[in-house]
Design a protein around this ligand. Structure first.
Ligand code: ADP
Length: 486
């Protein structure tokens, strides 16, 4: 007998308790029976956390019903949840739900077994290596693997239709010989993998980043540092282990907004073949209001499943301010403590690198800057003339430009512009050219000329000033000195 948690609460609104009683009655009548309650957290949330009278009554009813079952022993209740912490603790007691079984997402061996089950009746090509597939499908649950197998088979079938090996309108093509020619190849599985997102990765944004080193202008030093500290250890873990070199666990990028910190973190993930998990500090605080430390735990759990992974904490100062500095001290301290604990528990083998970004490193809890945590600080300066030219080149790569455009001259004129400002400048120039073409009813967009850039320069202002830049540089110096001193 199956009960769908959310359905009980919503569909039978107002009569959820009666519905529950019915199910239990029926089970007793038909015993031996198993009652399966899916997503039990939705009908039995912690009572102190629910506000609605209805929910409270439903939980109470469930408790009564379960206690009433005891004597018989012929009815077993199985509840399922992915949020055990959200279930009313009164249910998690002997005589009620007295056994708890953790169903972990499958590991590589488990995944191989699941794949074997789901491909048992499939004509697999000789090149299909299930062990290898099992290895690369981290984060895939049993259901995900079933979907993956089905999708791979569909691909093989579609191919057979395309090549007209079989024709659904002509049953005579369904000969044994023809059917034998349909085979699911390794490539089918690999491309199916690209389309099936593993459920473990859905909630916290995990992406396969696409930013390359070549998409970032300037910042040569920062690129090289990240390459050495992150890309190499992730790419050649054995070699690093053998040499006894310790890769840093956490790296803090610090610099004015819009200078490419996010881009760098994404690029290092792309180039090291890692997943990219991005966490925005203020979002963690608002979306997980009052439970942000749980979010931190969840993020690291996901990261372990998605490894190799780069976890990027943007605006990390907002979730890890120096303790005692924020208004809501208690909650903040818990988050910082959780973050510290998680960072300490990452082992070298986890293949996880944490990259934080901030423009207020002075606001951060100093405990985070200790060895083994964010033990490297990389200053991301605003671009100098050379770097601005490179950024201009990156952003005009796909632009149709007039021969009069002198990027070097624009680079000269854009002091105090950040990378983001330059991106906006190029976009503005392109818009101006487009608008001109539309106004003159020309069929094609015009080339972007120097005139458009000149005009754009008056519209897009730099977001930095000499004073601000100097302030950042001073901060960088202080930090470097402090790190050396520690
Ligand atoms: P930050 O994380 O430092 O605030 P981002 O990396 O998010 O800045 O940059 C915002 C946007 O500005 C990028 O998407 C990109 O278009 C542009 N940009 C910033 N810095 C650079 C750079 N060095 N090279 C190329 N584009 C840049």
């Amino acid at each position: 007998m199956a009960i769908n948690g959310p359905e009980i609460v919503s569909k039978y609104y107002g009569e959820s308790e009666a519905r529950l009683r019915e199910v239990f009655d029926e089970a007793k009548k038909n015993s031996p029976a198993i009652i399966f309650i899916d997503e039990i957290d939705s009908i039995a949330p912690k009572r102190e956390e629910v506000t609605g009278e209805v929910e409270r009554r439903v939980v109470a009813q469930l408790l009564t019903l379960m206690d009433g079952l005891q004597e018989r022993g012929q009815v077993v209740v199985i509840g399922a949840t992915n949020r055990p912490d959200a279930v009313d603790p009164a249910l998690r007691r002997p005589g009620r739900f007295d056994r708890e079984i953790w169903i972990n997402p499958p590991d590589a061996k488990g995944r191989q077994e699941i794949l074997q089950v789901h491909t048992r009746n499939m004509p697999l090509g000789k090149d299909v290596d299930l062990a290898k597939l099992a290895e690369v499908t981290y984060g895939y649950t049993g259901a995900d693997l079933a979907a993956l197998s089905k999708e791979a088979a569909m691909k093989a079938l579609r191919r057979a239709l395309q090549q007209k090996i079989i024709n659904p309108e002509d049953p005579s093509t369904f000969t044994d010989d023809n059917l034998k020619r349909i085979q699911v190849s390794m490539q089918d599985f690999l491309s199916a993998m690209r389309e099936t997102i593993p459920s473990a990765l859905r909630e916290i944004y995990i992406e396969v980043p696409k930013v390359k080193w070549s998409d970032i202008g300037g910042l040569a030093d920062a690129k090289q540092e990240l390459q050495e500290m992150v890309e190499w250890p992730l790419k050649h873990p054995d070699r690093f282990k053998r040499l006894g070199i310790k890769a840093p666990r956490g790296i803090l990028l610090f610099g004015p907004p819009g200078t490419g910190k996010t881009l760098l973190a994404k690029a290092v993930a792309t180039e090291s073949g890692s997943n990219f998990i991005s966490v925005r500090g203020p979002e963690v605080l608002s979306k997980w209001f009052g439970e942000s430390e749980k979010a931190i735990r969840e993020i690291f759990k996901k990261a372990r499943m998605a490894a190799p992974a780069v976890v990027f904490f943007d605006e990390i100062d907002s979730i890890a301010p120096a303790r005692g500095m924020s208004v809501d001290t208690g909650a903040m301290d818990r988050i910082v403590a959780q973050l510290l604990a998680e960072m300490d528990s990452i082992s070298r083998l986890d293949d996880i690198v944490i990259i934080g970004a901030t423009n207020r490193p002075d606001m951060m809890d100093p405990a985070l800057l200790r060895p083994g945590r964010f033990d490297r600080i990389v200053y991301i300066p605003p671009p100098d003339k050379e770097a601005r030219l490179e950024i201009l080149r990156v952003h005009t790569r796909k632009l149709k430009m007039g021969s009069d455009v002198d990027l070097a001259k624009i680079a000269e004129k854009t002091e105090n512009y950040t990378g983001a400002d330059i991106a906006a400048l190029v976009k503005e120039a392109a818009m101006l050219a487009l608008r001109e073409a539309i106004n003159n009813k020309e069929p094609h967009a015009r080339e972007v000329t120097m005139k458009h850039f000149e005009e754009a320069l008056t519209r897009v202002q730099p977001s930095l000033t000499g004073d601000i830049v100097k302030h950042y540089e001073d901060m960088a110096k202080t930090l470097r000195r402090a790190l050396r001193g520690s």
